[in-house]
Design a protein around this ligand. Sequence first.
Ligand code: ACO
Length: 456
Amino acid sequence: MAGAARARTLTRIRASEHEEAPMATDTLSVTDNRTGSEYEVPIVDGSIRATELRRIKVDEDDFGLMSYDPAFLNTASCRSAITFIDGDAGILRYRGYPIEQLAEESTYLETAYLLLFGELPTSGQLAEWADEITHHTFVHESMKRLMEAFRYDAHPMGMLVSSVAALSTFYPEAAQVGDPENRLLQAKRLIAKVPTLAAWAYRHSRGLPYVYPDNDLSFTANFLSMLFRMAEPRYAADPALERALEVLFVLHADHEQNCSASAMRSIGSSRVDPYSALAGAAAALYGPLHGGANEAVLRMLAEIGDVRRVPAYVERVKEGDFRLMGFGHRVYKNYDPRARIIKETADAVFAVTGRSPLLDVALELERIALEDEYFVSRKLYPNVDFYSGLIYEALGLPTAMFPVLFAIPRTAGWLAQWLEGVDDPEQKIARPRQVYVGEDERDYTPVRDRGALVPA
Ligand code: ACO
């Protein structure tokens, strides 16, 4: 077809009305200047299908045009009905509900239900859901021995990743990912057991005995109990801290197709069990560019140390010496809506724990940055990590636990993404293409003929 003009008449499905309607204008006209051929590509929901480009060829033997998109800066990998983000407007919604309303009114378990099932539960459904999760919080005693085998100074995130993966060996039926009931059972187990493993990883790092779950407590109160209970028969969490943790868990429950959610979907697309997929997602979160930024914020605030040193620090940021940690976001080009809520939560926590001296440094840093042309023109605002580390520190947790505290609530989001992915008839095993830039075919040289020199 080289050189010949061609076009296709296209129709699209209107998603809102589910009716077919010819939308001749919702197309993209492409002219391939190599051949002069013309193509019409349908535009649906503001996107074109990358596979449409494969029709664009110089001749019949040509593989067809590909799109090259390192780090997926402009590629939608799925259609999703879970989380909506408008980064320019600073909007985050789960299943249509504004994050501000969920943080104000909801609990983590209710939010997890919403993410997984698409609707808020009735009071009866919520009670049943909370009961089911509560009764899956215990782990097999062998898991305890597995945790005990780690070195005394093992990073708790490494322990969490490994122990979540190990859970798959206790539930071999989890491999039946084609069975919806089975999938749901494993999802409940994961939401319930991840806090137990997380708390035990912390206890291990402190050399403290592991605390078993207390099924009479709420999700967050039980987690605090597993972290902090000593000799008392029952740990009584401060209600303000219990609520603060609840809010943090709601805020961190999902954030659409980020690095770890994409890992969850990608690993899950091989139809492996959800424990193995979730261990992979948690490993992605472990990285400093993803779940580790709040730790960096705390280090930065400690390094500044005093409000009077903030202006000089900001100058160095502007000179390009380093970045302001907890500022800027790939998607949000406005105040991260979660950062605003976390700031209020921090006040509630400090009222109980006492004010962190680093809070003043953080507030001054934010004040100066938000007035400065450098940050204003680049649309750099505080992100979710700017204040969350201060809260975790006030709760008495070491920085190594910060990504673990992120992974607990994100478990619900990862599972919602996984469930949507395995149920999506359009999905297949994830398998990106590459642009090969290596050597052309060449003949093998036996080692004896390659010389003995070690290149400098
Ligand atoms: N401090 C100072 N300057 C910054 C910052 C920052 N935190 N972030 C971006 N910039 C500047 C860049 O230098 C660049 O300036 P230039 O145009 O003069 O070169 C401009 O803003 C755009 O920066 P990009 O790197 O293109 O922005 P990108 O969207 O790729 O990066 C990121 C987003 C990685 C979050 C970045 O803002 C950053 O490094 N922030 C600090 C780390 C951090 O807080 N990460 C947590 C993110 S939230 C999460 O993962 C849960």
